[in-house]
Write a protein that binds this ligand. Structure first.
Ligand SMILES: *Cc1c(COP(=O)(O)O)cnc(C)c1O
Length: 471
């Protein structure tokens, strides 16, 4: 089998065109020309392949779906071991269980049974293990630097804690994460985990992390790597649960739709990939909170930057959707130079206008809608009343939009449940008048010791800290 190669969405714009193997794309994260890696071609699954996978346990299905993407980065037995270990860390035997709801032929795909109770665990639990295996075999080490406002940081730390070949510096804004989110990070005492509270905002943290990467000498000296949502390996791991849910609902013999609460377009882009590979997906619905740049694009054909407004679904509070560039690459007929120019203009002017043909093409797959905080609370209350389910505010945004943009009611619509309600107890209480039960994974969180460093919002201080901490 010839392995899939990965190309940058801005290929040809600066560097000579690169065609990377899976492990190279995984280690690099972002391409050096500023683009994102995408597979040069999509592997495709026939209807017979899909039928033969019905009923497979999650980890076995995951191996089938991902093997064409990893190529020869791992031998078959090693890859199977990594995948099984990643999904053994989930509390639910089905990993991502699918629940039928008693309204509108809706289904809930629960992606929150991992160690930190949010969907990011699905990809990061595997990514941590793949990095460690790849680096360990080569006798190399790498250092992860990231910035978080909450969820991403805890999932990344849970994914790499205790690994031999990777250490992590996770920056969070001091005093600006919820206590549960902070404790999910700072109570991890593994020696390869370095929590750094920055005296500043989340944007300051992001700027510091970016500055580390932009200093190429520093980047190379520390072998910096990023595990944020633009890393191709994360998208790949997320494709699996679309296929898993589709098969349960009758694919490939029946179509299925998905509604995805999204900010950075990472999760829903994996649904687009599943469709490109042969899963019969009828429509993919983008569910936005008040930070609705994606929904505005689907309505008007233009992306326009706006300031971030804080909402009840903070993991979707973004200004620009980084993974959207992967869809734009296809909308630009995979012309990396044209897309690089468009992205440069977008950064300079704050606006990017698509052509009518591009918009039509996007609309042939995607629908979109938005709800504000009031609509989110209302959706949580309605879901509780009509289905008995307690939804977290992110999932509630998906539920609300799924009902608004239902389409053909004969086609099952799967709402992706991206966080456990116990991560957002205040919003849940406001919506339904009671606090969600704390799952076992969180009950002793408040009794555990914490470890964290405080640092000024100063790149020199961060560099010194990293230079003096040995890997
Ligand atoms: C990160 C996150 C999202 C948004 O994911 P995207 O990759 O931006 O689509 C939604 N819900 C929760 C709970 C998250 O943590």
């Amino acid at each position: 089998m010839s392995s899939i190669r990965y190309i940058s969405t801005r290929q040809g714009s600066r560097e000579p065109v690169e065609r990377l193997a899976f492990q190279e794309a995984m280690l690099a994260g972002l391409a050096r020309d500023g683009g994102l890696y995408v597979p040069e071609t999509w592997p495709s699954f026939s209807a017979d392949d899909l039928r033969s996978w019905r009923g497979l346990p999650y980890a076995d299905l995951a191996v089938k779906v991902m093997t064409p993407f990893v190529g020869d980065a791992f031998d078959a037995a090693t890859f199977q071991r990594l995948v099984r270990a990643a999904y053994a860390s989930f509390e639910h035997a089905e990993v991502t269980p699918l629940k039928a709801l008693p309204v509108d032929n809706l289904h809930l795909l629960e992606l929150f049974h991992g160690p930190t109770l949010a969907f990011k665990d699905v990809a990061l639990q595997l990514l941590g293990r793949m990095l460690d295996e790849t680096l360990g075999r080569a006798g190399r080490k790498a250092r992860i630097v990231g910035a978080t406002s909450g969820d991403t940081g805890s999932a990344a730390i849970a994914a790499v804690r205790g690994l031999k070949s990777v250490d992590i510096f996770m920056l969070h804004p001091h005093g600006r994460t919820s206590e549960v989110q902070r404790r999910q990070m700072t109570t991890v005492l593994a020696p390869n985990v370095h929590n750094v509270a920055i005296d500043g905002t989340f944007d300051d943290c992001q700027d510091l992390a970016k500055a580390c990467f932009n200093d190429l000498a520093f980047r190379d000296r520390h072998r910096l790597t990023a595990v944020n949502s633009i890393n191709w390996a994360r998208v790949m791991a997320q494709i699996v649960y679309y296929v898993y849910a589709g098969l349960k609902l009758g694919a490939p013999d029946r179509p299925v739709s998905f509604c995805v609460p999204t900010g950075n377009f990472g999760n829903i882009y994996a649904g687009y990939a599943a469709r490109a590979m042969g899963l019969p997906v009828d429509r993919l619905v983008i569910a936005s909170n008040g930070n609705d740049i994606l929904t505005r694009f689907m309505e008007t054909g233009a992306q326009t930057m706006a300031g971030v407004v804080p909402t009840l679904s903070p993991s979707m509070d973004i200004q620009v959707s980084s993974n959207f560039e992967r869809l734009l690459f296809d909308l630009h007929e995979r012309d990396g130079r044209a897309l690089a120019r468009a992205m440069t203009d977008f950064r300079a002017t704050g606006t990017m206008k698509g052509t009518a043909a591009q918009l039509m093409r996007a609309r042939s797959v995607f629908a979109a809608g938005r709800v504000d905080d009031e609509g989110t609370l209302k959706a949580m209350a309605e879901a509780y009343r009509d289905t008995g389910e307690i939804l977290d505010p992110h999932t509630a945004v998906g539920y609300a939009i799924a009902r608004q943009r239902r389409g053909d009611p004969a086609i099952p619509m799967v709402v992706l449940a991206t966080a456990h309600p116990a991560k957002f107890p205040d919003a849940v209480e406001r919506a339904i008048g009671r606090r969600p039960d704390l799952p076992d994974r969180l009950t002793d969180l408040f009794g555990r010791p914490e470890r964290c460093m405080m640092l000024d919002n100063d790149i020199g201080a961060l560099r010194d800290l990293m230079d003096t901490t040995s890997a």
